[in-house]
Every structure is written in structure tokens, then in C-alpha cells.
Ligand binder design. Structure first.
Ligand code: RP5
Length: 164
């Protein structure tokens, strides 16, 4: 039997994939498998309920949820699963993602959504946080995450240069 991917990346729309692909690419760099799915809280509510209620039994350990505008997807998912949910505010056209950010971050006490930065940085960091959670119980992932971070440090020059 193939083991289920530990990370689910869900997003409200195909249009979110450009942003959420950064989370997927980061997980791939860390050799962590994932399932990416389009689940809209308002357009496909039944799909959301089915996914969120079965996510733990399906073997997922962490959920990354990206949405834009009235970004209720991460909060609704978190309401229906005990798994950690990391929310990525997708940059919206109307309000540049401030609407997404506020609607994800301002969860009333009791149902947490770990909220990241708007857009690409948030998607990458959601994947790194997911990896850090998995690394608590998986030494191989911990080692790959350590190496990834060391590589990032090594890529930063100590002195600035002209005309790069
Ligand atoms: C949200 O509405 C999605 O998360 C997306 O960011 C936003 C716009 O969706 P589309 O109109 O591009 O499908 O549900």
C-alpha cells in the first residue's frame, strides 16, 4: 500500500495555483509528498466538508490552505479537522490581499489558523512550517530541512557587489 502524502494543499480556485505552486515547489525541494486540490468554501461546500472531515483519516498531517478575497476556506477547513491548518492569503485584485489576510488571520478564539504572509512568501513559508511540523517526528525530513536552511544561508553573500 502506498503511504498517503502528509501534506494537503487546498485552494479556493484554479487562479490560486500560481501562488500555491510555490508551496508545492518548496515541498518538492524537501522531498515531501503532497496532494493539491481545488476546494472552494462557497462554490464547492460539499467538497470542503467531505475533505476536511476525512483529512485526518486519509493520513494527512498538515493542511495548507490558500484563498483570496473573502478567504473563509482555511477557517472553515480548520473548523472541521483537528489537523494544523496554515492559511495563505492570496493577493486579490481588489484589495491586494489585505482582505484575504484579515479574513484568514482574524479567527475568533477556539479555531486557530496559522496565518502566513500574503502571496508567494506566505506560500513558501507555509510549506517550510509544514516541513518543520513533520520534522518533529521524522529525522529524514529534519535533516533535509536543516540542509535547505544551510543552503539558503550559504547563498547570501557577506558583502554587496556592484553591477550584479
Ligand atoms: C476565492 O476567490 C479564491 O480563493 C480566489 O482567490 C478568489 C477568486 O477566485 P476566481 O474568481 O479567480 O475563481 O474563492
Amino acid at each position: 500500500m502506498t503511504e498517503r502524502p502528509p501534506v494537503a494543499i487546498i485552494m479556493g480556485s484554479q487562479s490560486d495555483w500560481e501562488t500555491m505552486k510555490n508551496a508545492a515547489d518548496t515541498l518538492e525541494a524537501l522531498e515531501i509528498s503532497y496532494d493539491a486540490r481545488i476546494i472552494s468554501a462557497h462554490r464547492t461546500p460539499d467538497r470542503l466538508v467531505a475533505f476536511a472531515k476525512s483529512a485526518r483519516d486519509e493520513g494527512f498531517k498538515v493542511i495548507i490552505a490558500g484563498a483570496g478575497g473573502a478567504a473563509h476556506l482555511p477557517g472553515m477547513a480548520a473548523a472541521m479537522t483537528p489537523l494544523p491548518v496554515f492559511g495563505v492569503p492570496v493577493q486579490s485584485k481588489a484589495l491586494s490581499g489585505q482582505d484575504s489576510l484579515l479574513s484568514i488571520v482574524q479567527m475568533p478564539a477556539g479555531i486557530p489558523v496559522g496565518t502566513l504572509a500574503i502571496g508567494k512568501a506566505g506560500a513558501i513559508n507555509a510549506a517550510l512550517l509544514a516541513a518543520a511540523v513533520l520534522a518533529l517526528y521524522d529525522e529524514d525530513i529534519a535533516e533535509r530541512l536543516d540542509n535547505w536552511r544551510a543552503g539558503q544561508s550559504a547563498a547570501v553573500a557577506e558583502y554587496p557587489m556592484d553591477n550584479l
